[in-house]
Ligand binder design. Structure first.
Ligand code: AGP
Length: 610
């Protein structure tokens, strides 16, 4: 779970590598390094800490060079030390390697290489690759040696390689970890993601597993691991580089929370027709198939899994399709029962989460049809699924997912409308009502954002509390889970999400007059009255009540220390509005505590390792 960027150019590239890494730091930020080919060899500088901290000590920006690699690390093998930071080199210091992924057979390879006299300087799995390439170097070219080495490697990798004897070449390779090529004017790039190089080119090639790329400043070729040349399509990306910048906000997380009305409007755009929903050609699933589905299984991790739980409510209540929601990491190892009448939906912001990708592969192997709900075009998950619905949230850089979540909910709602219509589970009038409901969401969401002052007040009062509980029922139970996850990940405060009625089966013992309890309780015909009872139970034990309720609610505010109001909407849509105050609450608490909001400790944006 590291970030890689590499450039081969006719000009000095240190600023491009630096900026590329600055955009990739969300992938890992425990150490950082760069290397450049110079006249006589390879210059390497690296250190422990974030990019700007290390740069202030060793000045990456002062390193000259026209061919180079940069890497930001999230450690897997070997502690956070300067020796373990990338790039790594071979014994001759002529080959340098940066890597993202895990080499599973690295200890066997290391033992063999040590027997042959190779000396290792780090505890990483990556260093094995540099020595293996050195060992494979006959009289041929660097790409031949890389291919020979990769044929001996088991595991996942995105790689950047430089060889000082062929100073005009930059090599990239991928297997189960993302790597793209950027095609520029007299310069070419490799990178872990599109935004990191989007200021320099919007012409992108997606490498497939077990492909290697050989780039010079004015040319590129892609080979498979047998050395055969592959034809690749160049994709034009229409995100702007500015979209990936902070745009005046103090943090990406805050910017992305505020972008939600626009992100949702974009996600709905051109998909809502008169009385129906229509997805683009990537959707790929026929009406006939959709009418026949017997069951849906949603696989995802983290916040995307919470979106899946809300999706279950929509799909079961409205489209009447039995739906299970599984943690991708559990699903892949438990022999699930699937067949061609089961649609497996993988939800992922990044499209690169290793567990979700593996679950999807398992589902395909077992004969299910697969659909990705994803935010990143051309990502691994979208390329192996039978169909894709893109969330159009734009680049999400903050490690805590916000706008990706609410756009995922919108996509699941649109899918529910489509299925309900095809399967005649709702009348046209009901469908029209659903369409009218979601069309209002961007504006309604803006009015929730306007309540930020009250949310900030809560944050100021309670940011020192070491624990908190988030309680909701029905479609707002997953929102309680999501609110608690947001608080945990950005503020490091312990928080639990629970179905409100389950509280009395245990967590109620935690409640005293120092426990903030956040109730997500929009009015509904199902459980509102019951939640009111749960609030009384907490109040009787002295708990501090913060509630998220529907505008006009006169009951719950009387019993709460703080109330945030959300506009009136349909039951299933209330989840899109009620999560926003919880995102803001977590954000403000984290800022008050001085946390690194966009790059919380121990986390990475895309978890591309198991
Ligand atoms: C969300 O705030 C988290 N950082 C994390 O749970 C995330 O949702 C999870 O890792 C899944 O990522 P994906 O959507 O890119 O697959």
């Amino acid at each position: 779970m590291c970030g890689i960027v590499g450039v081969v150019s006719d000009k000095d590239i240190n600023e491009k590598l630096y900026n590329g890494l600055a955009n990739l730091e969300y992938r890992g930020y425990d150490s950082v390094g760069m290397c450049f080919i110079n006249g006589s060899g390879i210059d390497i500088k690296k250190g422990v800490g974030k990019l700007h901290e290390v740069n202030s000590k060793i000045n990456f920006l002062g390193m000259p060079g026209k061919v180079g690699l940069g890497h930001c690390r999230w450690s897997t093998h070997g502690g956070v030390t300067e020796e373990n930071a990338h790039p790594h080199i071979d014994c001759t210091s002529r080959i340098s390697v940066v890597h993202n992924g895990i080499i599973e057979n690295y200890s066997e390879l290391k033992e063999e290489l040590e027997k042959k006299g190779h000396k290792f300087c780090s505890q990483t799995d990556t260093e094995v690759i540099a020595h293996l390439i050195e060992e494979s170097m006959k009289d041929g070219k660097i790409e031949d040696a890389v291919i020979t080495a990769l044929n001996k490697i088991e595991g996942s990798y995105a790689l950047g390689v430089l060889y000082s004897e062929e100073p005009d070449k930059l090599i990239g390779a991928r297997n189960e970890s993302p790597l793209i090529l950027g095609i520029g004017e007299n310069e070419n790039f490799i990178a872990s993601d599109v935004p990191s190089i989007l200021s320099y080119t919007n012409k992108i090639i997606y490498l497939e597993d077990k492909e290697i790329a050989v780039l010079t400043k004015d040319n590129f070729k892609v080979l498979d691991l047998n050395g055969n040349v592959k034809t690749k399509e160049i994709h034009l990306i229409n995100w702007s580089a500015e979209a990936a910048e902070k745009g005046g906000y103090e943090h990406f997380m805050l910017k992305e929370i505020h972008e939600q009305p626009v992100a949702i409007a974009n996600t709905l755009n051109e998909r809502l027709r008169k009385g129906e929903v229509k997805f683009e050609k990537e959707f790929g699933l026929s009406d006939d198939y959709l009418k026949k589905i017997k069951r849906i299984v949603i696989v995802a991790c983290g916040t995307s899994w919470h979106a899946g739980l809300v999706g279950k409510f929509m799909l079961e209540e409205l489209a009447k399709i039995p739906t299970d929601v599984e943690y991708a990491s559990e699903f892949r190892y438990r022999h699930p029962l699937l067949d061609k009448d089961t649609l497996v939906i993988a939800i992922s912001q990044s499209g690169e989460t290793a567990d979700t990708l593996a679950a999807l592969k398992e589902a395909k192997k077992l004969g299910a049809m697969t659909l990705a709900v994803c935010n990143v075009m051309g990502s691994s998950i979208t390329r192996i699924s039978d169909g894709v619905i893109y969330t159009r949230a734009g680049p999400e850089i903050g490690v805590a997912s916000t706008k990706a979540f609410t756009t995922q909910l919108c996509v699941l709602y649109l899918l529910t409308i489509l299925l309900s219509k095809l399967r005649n589970t709702l009348s046209q009038e009901q469908i029209n009502g659903m369409i009218t409901g979601i069309r209002k969401i961007p504006l309604q969401l803006q009015s929730v954002l306007d309540e930020d002052d009250e949310i900030l007040k809560c944050a100021e009062l309670y940011y020192k509390k070491p624990n908190s509980l988030y309680l909701g029922r029905g479609v707002n139970f997953p929102i309680a889970l999501e609110g608690a996850l947001k608080l945990k990940e950005v503020s490091y405060i312990h928080a639990e999400g629970y179905p409100a009625a389950e509280m009395k089966h245990g967590p109620i013992a935690l409640i005293d007059n120092s426990m903030p309890v956040v109730f997500i309780a929009p009015q509904d015909i199902y459980t509102y009255k019951k939640v009111l009872g749960n609030i009384e139970e907490v109040k009787a034990r002295g708990g501090i009540i913060i509630s998220v309720v529907t505008e006009g609610d006169a009951e719950i505010p009387k019993k709460s220390e703080h109330t945030i109001f959300i506009p009136k909407t349909m039951y299933t849509l209330s989840s899109i509005l009620s999560v926003v105050p919880l995102q803001l609450l977590a954000y403000h608490i984290a800022v008050k505590l001085g946390r690194d909001v966009d790059r919380p400790r121990n986390l990475a944006k895309s978890v591309v390792v198991e």
